[in-house]
Design a binder for this molecule. Structure first.
Ligand SMILES: Cc1cc2nc3c(=O)[nH]c(=O)nc-3n(C[C@H](O)[C@H](O)[C@H](O)COP(=O)(O)OP(=O)(O)OC[C@H]3O[C@@H](n4cnc5c(N)ncnc54)[C@H](O)[C@@H]3O)c2cc1C
Length: 265
């Protein structure tokens, strides 16, 4: 159970950031689903709901998504359904249930860099920048590698392109965490292969992505790219699956994805 001593509902980001920095155990609230599972002693809980961070805005070149946007909004957004083969809607649609997705937020998810996250894997296959109130604008892959700084994630910016994308996850049972997830994107022969829930946080398989981008696609090159991805990424075991099992299904899921993207089913 968490305990909260004080509650603040700031009306601008500078104020929210200042409260966050005041004490070590001052904490920003997203949808609170994950926070509630822990046992933190929170001094001041900072509610971001008056900061207008719940939005999905499309321009000619970008899609911006605010930190307080819920998974349900991602799932049902026509903008996201109509871009990137709809993977940002698809990747959240099987997470727990509708009531849960009405609550959990994009900002908390990306900021927390969860290894099991389906959304982070899908985002990593795209060209995404993370906007931090203090830390500025950082590419998502750099943000994921950087060590934690106490900050507020305000929005993400996705560059629009005409890439064909794919997302899939494998679960032992419907509402459980994924034992592996795979996201792919392909634009003008440039491929990105991402694997998450290994169970470590999502990572781009750089060598495999480059190999696929530089070689003509046939049965041999597709299979070799899948092998390369499994060799370059590290897999681990937990109560859901062993690293050996994850590695085996990784090949299968990537191959399915490549074949679906190029229309060779
Ligand atoms: C039971 C359960 C099952 C789940 N299953 C899955 C699953 O199958 N797949 C999946 O991908 N995810 C899953 N998740 C994770 C979920 O999708 C969210 O990623 C997670 O709950 C965090 O979202 P939240 O809004 O609840 O965050 P909160 O609990 O409110 O916050 C989480 C952390 O983020 C910080 N934070 C919140 N907002 C910001 C911000 N804007 N800037 C900086 N820090 C911030 C908080 O201070 C806190 O430390 C599951 C979570 C739970 C509780």
């Amino acid at each position: 159970m968490i305990t909260i001593k004080d509650y603040a509902i700031p009306t601008n980001l500078d104020e929210a950031y200042e409260i966050l920095q005041n004490r070590r155990n001052n904490v920003v609230l997203g949808g609170c689903s994950f926070l509630r599972m822990g046992s933190k002693n929170i001094n001041t809980a900072i509610d971001l709901s008056k900061l207008h961070l719940d939005f999905i805005n499309e321009t000619d070149n970008t899609i911006e998504i605010g930190a307080m946007t819920t998974f349900r909004t991602l799932e049902t957004s026509p903008i996201l359904q109509n871009n990137f083969s709809g993977i940002l809607s698809k990747c959240v649609k099987d997470i727990v249930g509708v009531q849960f997705r009405n609550n959990v937020t994009l900002g908390a998810t990306v900021y927390s860099k969860y290894g099991f996250s389906d959304l982070i894997s899908a985002l990593l296959a795209l060209d995404v920048k993370v906007c931090l109130h203090r830390g500025g604008i950082v590419p998502l892959d750099t943000f994921l590698e950087n060590k934690y700084e106490k900050d507020i994630l305000t929005k993400i910016i996705i560059s629009k392109d005409s890439s064909k994308c794919y997302f899939t996850s494998m679960r032992n049972s419907h509402s459980d965490y994924a034992i592996l997830n795979v996201a792919l994107s392909n634009e003008d022969s440039k491929w990105k292969i991402v694997v998450g829930a290994r169970p470590m946080k999502a990572q781009i398989a750089n060598r495999a992505s480059l190999y696929l981008s530089q070689n003509e696609l046939n049965d041999y090159t597709i299979e070799y790219a899948c092998e390369l991805a499994c060799e370059e990424l590290v897999f681990g075991s937990n109560l859901r699956a062993s690293k050996e099992y994850r590695k085996e299904i990784c090949k299968v899921l990537i191959e399915r994805g490549i074949r679906e993207v190029i229309g060779w089913k």
